[in-house]
Write a protein of this length. Structure first.
Length: 120
């Protein structure tokens, strides 16, 4: 099991109940082992963060970003976060809300490919 801060559990639970439209759409396609039989978790605490989606079996994180992530400070924080997650042996895929809502099939194909690569 990967390390996480126990104090993040209530935050993760709250985020599960307050998912964005893009996160909800993606969750409908990730849940119930629909991607090559791999289980995804939503709003999962890892290290000092709560990631949007996590597939433990293939060590894959999928993040869905709103517009605030394109601001300079948020962009830098996201890069630091990704670096920490990579040191844990995780691959991070990042999509923005617009991509998930308008290009759902392309997003799913990218996730499918990443899972297939990590299964081998």
């Amino acid at each position: 099991m990967l390390p996480y801060r126990y104090q993040l559990k209530p935050c993760a639970r709250r985020l599960r109940g307050d998912m964005t439209e893009a996160e909800q759409r993606l969750w409908l396609r990730l849940r119930r082992r629909q991607i090559q039989g791999v289980r995804f978790y939503r709003q999962k605490p890892l290290a000092s963060y709560v990631v949007d989606f996590y597939a433990a079996a293939v060590r894959l994180v999928v993040e869905v970003d709103g517009g605030q992530h394109f601001e300079r400070e948020a962009w830098a924080a996201d890069r630091r976060r990704e670096a920490v997650l990579r040191t844990m042996g995780l691959r991070v895929l990042r999509f923005d809300n617009r991509q998930v809502l308008l290009e759902t099939e392309a997003v799913m194909a990218t996730i499918w490919e990443a899972v297939a690569e990590r299964i081998r």
